[in-house]
Ligand binder design. Structure first.
Ligand code: MRU
Length: 366
């Protein structure tokens, strides 16, 4: 992704080689600012406060958080303490636990003197792997948009929910990777962007990055998707996922399930794009997944820019009214047309996933 013509990632190692720069996503779309993370606490706070968010980026940031802890103290106690602190930041995106387990296993195989160097090397690899995975998802999903373009005149209309683009990953995005690929290869594509209340990752982040890349798009309220599908104005939906179960159920930003229901009722294909590390092979179905509940202020308030350029938060609800704020929901596999992964496209089912990741079949059998 380029910002003002300069290629950059959502998280990247700073010139000093021991701190990282992130894009502060809480300030977008009003201001583009980067922040430096240098300590375990910096990384944990950035994840908890959603300065970084999106399953793959949360995993990459947690990996660097563990690096900072190991750099300061490479003991087993320090590693365990750091993993516990990072794991407690956000419960739903499985990439967080995946990255920590991967890093921890590698650290413990080494003596203390080699751990910090190995940790930074592995965190960089996790970032590079994410970029490569997303590029492959983009290539695999491109055919779906190409076929949709061949079947119609005018733009292919894609509906997406939340932000599963460049900003949710190290670079490239998952759900948006095929969209960028289609746009770059000359396919006329237009994106309906769900605003994605309460934090507006669609209105603020997806719209911002699509605009930066020059992809035609329109922001809609979350309740508009069903109406547009009934009117035949959506060719396909593509979303991301924070955790994919072994049976193909997917857990993604709250509201994804309603879009899948509307898509099913209207015969609109509903695709979910995911990197391998988002699959939780230990979760048999969505019923087992931890759903993050966030603070009520996200529902009772909204933040935006005034005409004078000031960013302000205002109250929307009566002060006395209670609010409830589950951040994710589960879309059952039966509502998902197919999963788009770095290894190809498969049915959203245990068999479908195992056909792409056959080593898991052997792991389960052994
Ligand atoms: O709460 P967020 O903003 O971290 O939620 C992000 C999403 O739900 C994304 O769709 C998901 O992480 C997939 S990102 C590639």
């Amino acid at each position: 992704m380029k910002v003002d013509g300069i290629p950059r990632r959502s998280i990247q190692l700073a010139a000093d080689g021991e701190t990282v720069e992130i894009v502060d996503q809480t300030l977008l779309p009003h201001r583009f600012e980067t922040r430096r993370l240098a300590t375990l606490e910096d990384a944990a706070t950035a994840i908890r406060d959603m300065r970084v968010r999106g399953a793959p980026l949360i995993g990459a940031t947690a990996a660097y958080g563990l690096c900072f802890a190991v750099r300061d103290d490479p003991s087993l106690a320090s590693i365990e303490n750091a993993c516990a602190a990072l794991r407690a930041t956000r419960p739903t995106a499985v990439n967080l636990g995946w990255a920590l387990d991967d890093m921890k296993a590698r650290m413990l195989a080494l003596d203390e003197t080699g751990r910090a160097r190995a940790a930074f090397a592995r965190a960089a690899e996790i970032c590079d792997e994410d970029v490569a995975i997303n590029a492959a998802i983009g290539e695999n999903g491109l055919g779906l948009l190409r076929s949709a373009a061949d079947r119609r005149t005018g733009p292919v209309n894609v509906l997406t929910h939340c932000n599963a683009g460049w900003l949710a990953t190290v670079d490239g995005g998952t759900a948006l990777a095929p969209v960028y690929g289609a746009h770059d290869s000359g396919i006329d594509v237009h994106v309906w962007v769900d605003e994605t209340r309460p934090r507006n990752q669609g209105a603020g982040l997806t719209a911002w990055e699509l605009a930066a890349h020059g992809v035609p798009h329109t922001v809609i309220v979350d309740n508009a998707g069903g109406h547009l599908m009934r009117e035949g104005r959506v060719d396909l939906c593509i979303t991301g996922t924070d955790r994919t179960c072994a049976n193909g159920d997917v857990c993604n930003k709250i509201g994804t399930y309603l879009k899948a229901l509307a898509a099913s009722d209207n015969g609109v294909p509903f695709y979910v794009a995911l990197p391998g590390p988002t699959i939780d092979w230990t979760a048999e179905s969505g019923a087992e997944l931890p759903i993050e509940e966030r603070g009520g202020d996200e529902v009772s308030t909204a933040t935006g820019e005034t005409e004078t350029g000031e960013v302000r938060t205002v109250r929307l609800t009566p002060a006395a009214s209670p609010v409830f704020n589950p951040a994710f929901d589960v879309t059952p596999a039966r509502l998902v047309t197919a999963l788009i992964t770095e290894r190809g496209i498969a049915e959203a089912s245990e068999e479908g996933l195992l056909s792409l990741y056959p080593e898991r079949r052997r792991a389960a059998a052994g």
